[in-house]
Design a protein around this ligand. Structure first.
Ligand code: CA
Length: 364
């Protein structure tokens, strides 16, 4: 961390109070706020980084510059994995990351990002906003002095980059992989050696041989990091991250000190950022997949059904075991699990049935 830069920004984030007409004391509408947002992504990185930038711009425009936010990339003020602690302590007002990274803080965390064989992006948003998820997330983060928001989603991810073919679950044994979150726990049960690395460290680790395989996000982001230059096979589907939520957390005392209209602007800007990021990923993945396959000759491979079936069974065990370690995690799991059951029932005759029907019809 660049300490001098950090302190400079902390001090400039202090509230600046304007002076009202005729020198009267300032009212809320003239109070200006300059905040700092630290992120877990390389600056301006497609999707997650641009999503953080868009969010900051939405808030500034909607508030007529009363709340401005300076966005920093991972490592510029704090390292990617220190964001949670920095925002909880109030060293930065906002942090843009994923609850996936905070499993060591609390076992309920992964449910607010994504869990293996869990909910899609559309279903996650539905659970958070209309299925009780948001209230549980608020309750969990209040314990850390944080206010959480869903601020984006990658959509379904890819299953990762490999230089060996995966025919059976035995092929994961001994494989050194970057595979975060609960998906990593699942593969560890199959004997994989799991390594946690921020996104920007993946390519060098694959190049040096420190890891042999890795997952990051999907075509749009994986092409941007050049992962196709060091791995041959690109596996699907992303069973471990079916709809990863990106969070924007705010240091709770500064959020609560805002006037109600700025709080409402933040809430609406987060919702806009969520759908905007998902749209960017969908459009970006469509074209990046074509580039990977046609220009870079990447070999797409699907995990065999027997492998997916085994991964699903272990995932169920890992998720349930995690929830059983803590009453709050159990409460979140019960809510998530009940929502997932109905989402599957509807999905099978809704989105999934339509996707299947569409794929059977090649002409338009
Ligand atoms: Ca991922």
């Amino acid at each position: 961390m660049n300490r001098r830069m950090f302190l400079t920004n902390a001090s400039r984030s202090a509230m600046v109070t304007g002076v009202g007409l005729l020198g009267a004391p300032a009212v809320h509408a003239t109070t200006r706020y300059a905040w700092t947002m630290v992120t877990a992504w390389p600056k301006d990185f497609p999707g997650v980084g641009t999503g953080a930038n868009n969010l900051a711009q939405h808030i500034a425009r909607m508030s007529d510059q009363r709340l401005t936010i300076t966005v920093y990339g991972a490592g510029e003020l704090v390292p990617a994995f220190d964001i949670f602690d920095a925002v909880a302590a109030g060293k930065a007002e906002m942090g843009h990351a994923s609850a996936l990274y905070w499993k060591a803080k609390h076992p309920a965390m992964p449910f607010f990002a994504t869990v293996p064989f869990g909910l899609t992006a559309q279903e996650m948003e539905a659970w958070l906003r209309y299925g009780g998820g948001e209230a549980l997330w608020d309750a969990l983060y209040t314990g850390f002095n944080l206010k959480p928001f869903a601020a984006g989603n990658t959509g379904v991810q890819m299953g990762g980059w490999f230089n060996k073919v995966i025919n059976t679950v035995e092929d994961f044994k001994g494989l050194k992989m970057r595979f975060p979150g609960l998906g990593g726990d699942v593969l560890a049960r199959l004997g994989a050696q799991i390594v946690d690395l921020p996104g920007s460290d993946i390519l060098p680790a694959l190049q040096s041989g420190a890891i042999e395989a890795a997952e990051w996000v999907g075509p749009y982001n994986d092409l941007a990091f050049g992962l196709h230059t060091v791995a041959q096979y690109y596996y699907w589907p992303g069973w471990h991250e079916p709809g990863a939520v990106l969070e924007c957390m705010i240091h709770k005392p500064v959020y609560e000190a805002l006037p109600a209209d700025l709080q409402a602007i933040i809430t609406q800007a987060m919702q806009a950022a969520y759908s905007d990021m998902l749209a960017e990923y969908t459009a970006g993945n469509n074209t990046a997949l074509m580039t990977l396959v046609q220009t870079h000759k990447v070999q797409l491979r699907r995990f065999p059904n027997a492998v997916l079936g085994r991964l699903g069974k272990i995932s169920q065990e890992v998720v349930a075991a995690l929830a059983a370690t803590d009453p709050m995690a159990q409460k979140v799991y019960q809510s998530f699990h009940a929502f997932r059951k109905h989402a599957i029932e509807w999905g099978q005759i809704g989105e999934e049935a339509y996707s299947l029907a569409r794929s059977l019809t090649s002409t338009f």
